[in-house]
Design a protein around this ligand. Structure first.
Ligand SMILES: [Zn+2]
Length: 528
């Protein structure tokens, strides 16, 4: 494969209160990875495989070194993309967010999760990074949640002086409802991220076992980095091994899809518009401890709720393959859904049923109390629709949430009793739009194509032709979970290719994104 070296001149000083704006040299030659993410290739169909074992610190060092060995500029490039994304989304650069990681997350992780912190220190050492950079990678998904409540944590005696400018800005935004709503919409983009189906039992799946499929959505800026298949083998006596989709420097999955040596599969879809937060343990650490130490579904539910921050609030789904051939004493396979709000949590389990994930919750308390109504302007403003589920999208087939919920229900019913991994691939590649009443690959379909959407599938602030959409598929069944493995496809679930150059030719309004994007060529499936 072609080795890419990117050079980004950037000073990494902390500048929490000060405004420091960095511009990259415009003369920089732009080269797009031709196998999707600098790290793929080698017959891995776009995926980068990293296997780490041993003590937490040794694992981390090995992780950092393996990424660097594949592409020495991988982290530099990733941070330059994050910086661009932060400036576009928040108007603040990456140095500001490094500062937040140092001031607010480093202490919590070091004190509460010393082994995870050691692994992070190892990654930093192995890749020649600062530990706050590794923390940033891992709290990247928590930041939009924290940011909306930032004022509560920086307008304090300890930080009032350091963050004086930010405090001024935040109070100005808070005093202006239009500015606050606009900002909430920007932050919400990070909270509306994927499609998920998990089924079990003789009425639903072909063999009665567990079948799970998940497809991640994001803008194609951060999406390009989620092509890591990370295998972690802790020391003997320190939990179970695990395999997950992750990103360079990740200590958890982030997207989320994983299987563990305890015979457990896990995945989630985020809860759109979620807006309740308390700075406690970050989700990266809570879910990583679930994966490493959780032996039962109930332990997962318990650990997720302990010192919950409300960050990356998700509808989590876990499946335990049970006893058949697994030495667990003949227990049947079982799945659990945890709708994890902050103050409201809804846990359901079944041995014969299906759970669907479409970025909202069945729990009325979570979606009506803990979610802001900024997701769907259209639903919000339409006469009579605001009071009863008007804003959550739950019943609104003109929204991505509503269309995907209805379509997933139709498809799982259609394939009832026959669901296997092939069916799951078909469901996740579905393009039916119930609002238009026809097949149309747009931003509201299960296989999301925001980048191809000129407005026909957008509601509530969707911007035409924005490079955003579904960018992967992972499927697992009881047999693969027992092997601690899953099948993975890198790129849009239906196999449609995305070319940066072609897109920018047609939609030049996005061309300043081009140097921060990578292609998704058509690819095959790999076994993780
Ligand atoms: Zn598609």
């Amino acid at each position: 494969m072609m080795k890419i070296h990117r050079t980004h001149k950037k000073t990494l000083k902390s500048s929490a209160g000060k405004h420091s704006h960095h511009r990259y040299r415009s003369s920089r030659k732009i080269i797009h990875h031709d196998d999707g993410g600098g790290g793929g290739g080698g017959g891995n169909d776009g995926w980068l495989r990293i296997t780490i074992r041993g003590t937490p610190y040794d694992r981390g060092v090995s992780h950092g070194k393996q990424v660097i060995a594949t592409d020495p500029a991988r982290f530099t490039y990733m941070f330059s993309v994050f910086d661009f994304q932060f400036r576009q989304g928040y108007g603040r650069d990456i140095d500001f967010f490094y500062g937040l990681c140092e001031d607010f997350y480093l202490g919590i992780i070091k004190k509460r999760f010393p082994k995870i912190f050691k692994e992070m220190e190892g990654i930093a050492a192995g890749a020649n990074l600062r530990v706050c950079q590794v923390i940033l990678i891992n709290v990247f998904m928590s930041l939009p949640y924290f940011y909306a409540h930032l004022i509560r944590y920086i307008d304090t005696p300890k930080y009032r002086k350091k963050y004086a400018d930010v405090i001024r800005d935040e109070y100005a935004i808070a005093a202006n409802p239009a500015a606050l709503a606009a900002r909430a919409r920007r932050l919400d983009e990070m909270k509306d991220r994927c499609s998920l189906v998990m089924a079990v039992g003789e009425d639903w799946t072909k063999d009665g076992g567990i079948v799970c499929g998940h497809s991640s959505f994001s803008n194609f800026l951060d999406a390009q980095f989620c092509n890591v298949i990370l295998r972690i083998e802790p020391e003997a006596g320190d939990g179970v091994p695990m395999v997950m989709q992750s990103m360079p420097g990740g200590v958890y999955s982030m997207t989320d899809f994983f299987v563990t040596g305890a015979g457990i599969v896990g995945s989630e879809t985020t809860i759109s518009g979620f807006n309740a937060f308390a700075l406690r343990d970050p989700i990266c650490c809570r879910i990583r401890e679930c994966m490493q130490y959780g032996r039962t579904l109930e332990e997962y539910a318990e650990r997720l709720q302990k010192r919950n921050s409300g960050d990356y609030a998700c509808s989590w789904m876990f499946g335990n393959v049970g006893g058949r051939g697994g030495g667990h004493g003949g227990r049947p396979p079982r799945i659990m859904r945890v709708e994890l709000g902050l103050n409201y949590v809804n846990v359901e389990t079944t041995k014969n049923g299906v759970f669907l994930g479409f970025n909202s919750t069945y729990d009325e308390r979570i979606r009506n109390i803990e979610c802001s109504s900024s997701m769907s302007d259209k639903a919000n403003h339409a006469t009579g629709s605001g009071a009863i589920d008007g804003a959550s999208g739950f019943r609104d087939v003109s929204s991505s949430i509503g269309n995907r919920r209805v379509q997933m229900e139709k498809l799982t019913e259609k394939y009832r009793g026959r669901i296997d991994t092939d069916v799951m691939k078909r469901i996740l590649a579905d393009h039916y739009d119930n609002h238009l009443g026809k097949t149309a690959a747009n931003s509201r379909t299960i296989c999301k194509h925001g980048y191809a959407d000129g407005g026909e599938g957008s509601t509530g602030g969707g911007v035409p032709f924005k490079p955003v959409g579904a960018y992967d598929t992972k499927v697992a069944d009881s047999a693969s979970i027992r092997r601690m493995s899953f099948l993975a496809h890198w790129g849009p679930p239906c196999g449609t290719a995305f070319s940066v150059r072609e897109h920018m030719k047609k939609h030049p309004e996005w061309k300043d994104w081009a140097e921060y994007l990578a292609d998704f060529p058509r690819r095959g499936w790999v076994e993780a």
